[in-house]
Write a protein that binds this ligand. Structure first.
Ligand code: FMN
Length: 384
């Protein structure tokens, strides 16, 4: 099958702009927003873009190889799809579209506990290669059931969150009354009427559901507010005992997402974690927090030889991924970028965005004269 690529949308910025015009305001706000005043959100991308790379021009060069191995699995590029909850609200079947595209492009897709497709459905679409992100359930019984389903589906990696100890404060979501189905306020109805293609696609696909969680929703529970549902079902504060219990029960690779300090990284390693993602949840939790590229440098230096250090938050282009890798990330995940692609282009949006990201990233590698992704740190400008 030929790669899908639309030359009208050669960047994430182009896709984002089209997505903004196709998705109702409340759903776009959900995807787009950080928390409080969106400072951390902005800082993530700004500070990745302060990194400087140096090219090697007058050398022999036999081409670049994008292939990357993590956890003993070979991928075609060093980037993948971060977990996003409620994807189907932003665009119908977005979870399935992205999982399928990631599988075809041989990059990892991480399924959120609160995505709109189930563990089993995504395992089937990806032939058991997706990763699963677990929001820590308040009840141990539910935790064990979810781990068992992930194991039975054959998924290789379980990702657990460190950075959601409390439900976030996101002014736009509060104002929009985010709910499934969307709350029928006059404002929300007007926004949906202005986006007929979204509304028709939603009608065709049926109302989005928390598919993995569906069997456990208490009878009659009305998921009026995402916050209420999350608060009742999950308990996000991670501690050593919880990690140890997961380590005991989960036979595959265990990754902690949201690590930003050496102390937390050390605790995770001591408890047998296989790797961590330096992440601040895309700027959605702590507005006064550092950008992820800052702690990444320290953590990669201190832990990169002992474990797998990955990063997300703020990457929007091939150069952004290259800069993160030059600072020591062994793998980079992106959240919003792929979703902009799907919201802009529907069922071909995942394919297009992956083809585009591979082309962008390859161009940077070729420009630098960098043969292997693991060599990117050699191209970090001194003092950068
Ligand atoms: C709308 C939205 C929903 C998200 N939902 C989840 C989730 O359910 N689980 C999770 O681990 N992270 C979630 N995240 C965080 C992402 O996995 C990832 O850390 C973040 O998007 C990376 O930043 P970026 O969007 O700048 O690439 C979400 C992010 C966004 C934007």
């Amino acid at each position: 099958m030929e790669d899908i690529f639309y030359s009208n949308f050669p960047s994430i910025e182009h896709l984002r702009e089209r997505a903004r015009r196709r998705v109702p305001g409340f759903a776009f706000d959900y995807l787009e927003g950080g928390c409080f005043s969106n400072i951390n959100l902005q800082r993530n991308t700004d500070e990745i873009r302060q990194v400087r790379l140096v090219p090697w021009y007058v050398r022999d060069y036999a081409g670049s190889n994008l292939r990357t191995e993590i956890f003993g699995i070979n991928y075609d590029a060093p980037f993948g799809v971060a977990p996003i909850g409620l994807q189907g609200l932003v665009w119908p079947r977005a979870t399935e579209i992205l999982a399928t595209a990631a599988h075809r492009h041989n990059v990892p897709f991480i399924l959120s506990t609160v995505a709109t497709a189930s563990i089993e459905a995504i395992a089937e679409l990806t032939q058991g290669r997706a990763w699963f992100q677990l929001y820590h359930p308040a009840e141990e019984e539910l935790r064990d059931k979810l781990i068992e389903r992930t194991r039975a589906a054959g998924l290789p990696v379980l990702v657990i969150l460190a950075d959601t100890p409390t439900f976030a404060y996101r002014p736009k979501e509060i104002r929009n009354g985010l709910a499934i189905p969307p709350r029928m306020t006059l404002r929300n109805i007007a926004q949906m009427m202005l986006r007929p293609r979204w509304a028709l696609s939603q009608l065709g696909a049926g109302a989005p559901k928390f598919a993995t969680m569906q069997p456990y929703l208490p009878k009659g529970m009305n998921i009026k507010h995402l916050g209420l549902f999350m608060n009742q079902t999950f308990s996000g504060r991670l501690n050593p005992a919880r990690i140890a219990a997961l380590r005991d029960r989960w036979p595959g690779k265990l990754v902690v997402k949201g690590i930003v300090t050496p102390e937390d990284a050390e605790t995770c390693l001591r408890l047998g974690v296989d790797g961590f993602i330096v992440s601040n949840h895309g700027g959605r939790q702590l507005d006064a927090g550092q950008s992820t590229i800052q702690p990444l440098r320290t953590l990669a230096k201190e832990f990169g030889h002992r474990t797998t250090v990955m990063m997300d938050s703020g990457a929007r282009s091939g150069p952004d991924v290259a800069c993160a890798m030059a600072c020591g990330a062994q793998f980079v995940f992106m959240g919003r970028s792929w979703m902009y692609g799907v919201a802009a282009l529907g069922k071909n949006g995942g394919e297009h965005t992956m083809t585009m990201m591979k082309r962008q990233f390859k161009q940077v590698m070729e420009q630098l004269g960098c043969a292997r992704v693991a060599d990117l740190p050699l191209h970090l400008a001194s003092g950068s």
